[in-house]
Write a protein that binds this ligand. Structure first.
Ligand code: ZN
Length: 143
């Protein structure tokens, strides 16, 4: 393992052990569930949108380290963004995990730590679980 891979490993472990924003919101929020039966990961998302902007993203996730770390990173990366920008980032991130484009260092920096996941096709669904879930929640919020 080289230094960069080791650093990425540490970032993933840090989010796994100290998840950010891991609690569900109550009240006027949109919610969605998503699961990844291949691995047994499940997530419940709640998201608050005000005036076209994501005020907060919270979740309750059960699953492997990658799915949990990715949910934590997603909540930090998307909170505060305008909904349209968040949708673009979700799409780009999922495409990047599938190897269709590169991860962009201008996104939330911790996301780069997930770049190694692309080498493991089965893990890609773990890494994108929370992102698919939030996209669903945003779709609900728009209707
Ligand atoms: Zn998983």
């Amino acid at each position: 393992m080289d230094d960069l891979e080791q650093l990425y490993q540490e970032i993933i472990l840090d989010h796994y052990k100290h998840p950010r924003n891991a609690e569900l919101l109550a009240g006027d929020v949109v919610q969605a569930d998503e699961e990844n039966p291949m691995c047994g990961d499940r997530i419940q998302l709640s998201c608050q949108v005000k005036e076209g902007q994501i005020e907060s993203v919270r979740y309750d996730v059960q699953g492997c380290a990658v799915s949990r770390a990715s949910a934590s990173m997603m909540s930090e990366a998307l909170q505060g963004l305008p909904v349209e920008q968040a949708r673009e980032l979700i799409q780009s991130f999922i495409a990047a995990m599938r190897g269709e484009q590169e991860l962009n260092p201008a996104w939330h920096e911790d996301l780069m730590a997930l770049s190694g996941v692309r080498k493991f096709p089965l893990r890609v669904k773990c890494a994108t679980l929370a992102w698919h879930g939030l996209a669903k929640a945003l779709d609900k919020g728009a209707s």
